[in-house]
Design a protein. Structure first.
Length: 173
């Protein structure tokens, strides 16, 4: 069995953030994802997909994403039902996100007039991961080490068959 969802879209409103009684952070948001084709009038339609994210990623989504932000999500599709106050059964289908990627640079991702909720500058550019390190950071530091050695090229694969000199601090695990 396989249940995998990958989406890229824009938030339709600011994320809704709450904490469960057991102390788990939860953020919910809706992504508008354009369809690849146009309708009979030549207009491109969009699907509006409900997403939910938990724990530290929920805090990051709440602090750094807002209405109109471009985001990528990776997760699984989940359907559930509950009974509302009138006693009717309500069915919900949503993406439970394993990963949320911020797909705009910080300069475009400023909240309302350049102020950012949370006040941190943890996310600085495209492709930020949740550990506060930029994806590709290890690669660029490796390239900088190589390019400074005796005029070697900037190609990180130039000596692909030889040993690689990487310190333990550069490894992600």
């Amino acid at each position: 069995m396989l249940n995998r969802v990958v989406l890229v879209g824009r938030l339709t409103r600011d994320p809704e953030y709450r904490t469960t009684p057991s102390g788990v952070s939860v953020a919910t948001f809706t992504l508008a994802v354009n369809r690849t084709f146009t309708n009979a009038q030549g207009e491109r339609e969009a699907d509006f997909i409900n997403c939910v994210v938990f724990r530290k990623q929920a805090e990051n989504v709440n602090n750094y994403l807002f209405k109109g932000s471009l985001a990528g999500v990776d997760g699984r599709l989940q359907s559930r039902s509950y009974e509302n106050q009138e006693g009717r059964r309500i069915f919900v289908t949503e993406v439970v996100c394993d990963s949320v990627q911020f797909l705009e640079p910080k300069s475009q991702n400023q909240r309302h007039g350049g102020q950012q909720s949370g006040g941190g500058n943890q996310f600085q550019d495209y492709g930020q991961s949740y550990g506060g390190q930029q994806q590709g950071q290890n690669t660029s530091s490796y390239q900088n080490q190589n390019s400074s050695k005796s005029g070697q090229s900037d190609n990180p694969f130039a000596n692909a068959n030889g040993p690689i000199d990487i310190s333990d601090d550069d490894l992600p695990f």
